[in-house]
Design a protein around this ligand. Structure first.
Ligand SMILES: Nc1ncnc2c1ncn2[C@@H]1O[C@H](COP(=O)(O)OS(=O)(=O)O)[C@@H](OP(=O)(O)O)[C@H]1O
Length: 424
């Protein structure tokens, strides 16, 4: 090769590497530094920017909104969805995105990435185009909850909802999904890292470790509390009561369909609004089986979350009772039937597939670091015109859907590019 061509080639390589390095440093910087705090004078809670007014009939305890039988209610359009981790929250997000689009609602989105600078606390200045007094209808991206900040962003009649999961299974899911970004787990040895960690968690765990919150009481952490609190502290009960007072509905992954029926009732939605396909599921081979012993250990290790879950399991079934057990069973069956219909209309092969078998990049779900364990879908080749759009939306993963909604995701995209480059 001519020496001049060689020079050009190595200069090119240097340029690419330099750009990569600079971008990577920028990325690290943006993750490390909290966003600029714009000092704003205190503002009143904004008015609703809904296209039409909703009736404020929601009681603080979040009981059914449907009023007396036969009475027609109007859909609630102002919603705070606290997106907890590994709780089927991406499936719920897809439902909210579709509802927001249908009613042309205004989402409070993050800027540059898909979350609100998690694990930092939420601050309303993190919202794209936030100005004091500007109205938003829905906020639903991952955040560490900070009630006062969210409260100042949404109209007074906003409905607050979230979702929980049995903490033992949530821990198993989080341990797998976030393992690559939790250095504390890298030194866990053996074929069954989860079992080894649970054998003696304090041997591996350090509350000050980077991303340690993914390893213990993640729900408590996401909801804005100290996940390392002493489980016997009276504060635990106080915080649980606080959550109960703030959220109108706390859904449970284990009773997902029942949760959606309650959500539909609370928000006065249509059945079509809660249709869904399960998103962000893992392939079976990567799910660690929780024996009775491991289940007990994982529950004890996540005792704050276990107390939280127990409390909201009780309130959940009270809500189901108030809704009517037979009515609930009927509605869940209908929802199942409609979901099955949509499956046969939209999904190629009728089931999720391994990431390698997904044909369209627009359908590729985000994967954990160093793994391709999250399943996705292929759209059917031939879908009737009247279903085509809905099918695509129902199957679109979170990141791509955010892009479709116009969210600027440069940090997320840069990160994904670095991962492709490093084959990570
Ligand atoms: N509809 C429905 N019913 C039951 N379970 C469901 C549903 N949708 C998603 N999932 C399970 O939820 C887990 C993913 O949760 P998230 O979407 O919240 O994850 S993330 O935090 O946004 O990454 C993930 O759990 P694991 O597979 O155990 O990791 C999904 O399988």
């Amino acid at each position: 090769m001519l020496p001049q061509r060689k020079n050009w080639k190595s200069m090119g390589k240097g340029l690419v590497l330099g750009t990569l390095l600079t971008s990577f440093m920028l990325l690290l910087y943006s993750y490390a530094v909290p966003p600029l705090q714009v000092s704003v004078t205190e503002i009143p809670i904004p008015y609703s920017c809904s296209s039409y007014r909703t009736r404020a009939r929601l009681s603080a305890s979040g009981n059914s909104t449907q009023g007396s039988p036969g009475e027609k209610c109007l859909p609630r359009l102002n919603i705070m969805f606290m997106k907890t981790h590994k709780t089927a929250s991406s499936t719920l997000l897809n439902i909210l995105f579709r509802f927001g689009e249908k009613h042309r609602l205004k989402f409070a989105f993050p800027n540059g990435r898909s979350d609100f600078y998690y694990p930092s606390f939420f601050d309303r200045n993190q919202v794209k185009n936030y100005q004091p007094g500007v109205c938003f209808n829905i906020i639903c991206n991952h955040m560490r909850f900070q009630y006062e900040e969210v409260r100042k962003l949404l109209p007074a009649d906003a409905v607050f909802v979230t979702v929980l999961r049995d903490p033992a299974y949530l821990f198993e899911s989080s341990f797998h999904y976030f393992g690559g970004i939790i250095p504390l787990t890298w030194k866990v040895l053996g074929d069954d890292k989860l079992a080894e960690f649970l054998r003696d968690p304090w041997h591996y765990y350090d509350p000050k470790g980077y991303n340690a919150h993914y390893l213990q009481n993640l729900l408590f952490f996401d909801l804005g509390y100290d996940n390392n609190l002493d489980p016997n502290s009276p504060l635990v009960e106080q915080y649980i009561r606080e959550i109960d007072g703030r959220f109108h509905l706390v859904m449970l992954l284990e009773y997902f369909d029942e949760s959606l029926v309650l959500l539909k009732d609370l928000l006065c939605w249509e059945l079509e609004d809660i249709l869904y396909f399960k998103l962000n599921a893992r392939k079976g081979s990567t799910v660690s089986r929780l024996t009775d012993d491991l289940y007990q250990k994982a529950t004890a290790w996540n005792l704050l979350d276990s107390k939280l879950y127990q409390h909201f399991n009780t309130t959940f079934w009270r809500k189901v009772e108030a809704y009517g057990t037979a009515r609930m069973a009927r509605d869940v069956t209908r929802l199942n039937e409609e979901n099955e219909k949509m499956k046969s209309i939209c999904i190629d092969g009728g089931r999720p597939v391994d990431a390698n078998a997904i044909q369209e990049s627009a359908m590729q779900p985000w994967q954990p670091l160093g793994e391709k364990s999250i399943l996705g879908y292929n759209l059917k080749k031939k879908i009737h015109k009247k279903h085509r759009k809905l099918c695509r939306k129902m199957l679109t993963p979170e990141i791509q859907y955010l892009s479709d909604l116009g969210v600027n995701l440069w940090i997320t995209k840069l990160w994904s590019w670095v991962r492709v480059f490093l084959k990570w």
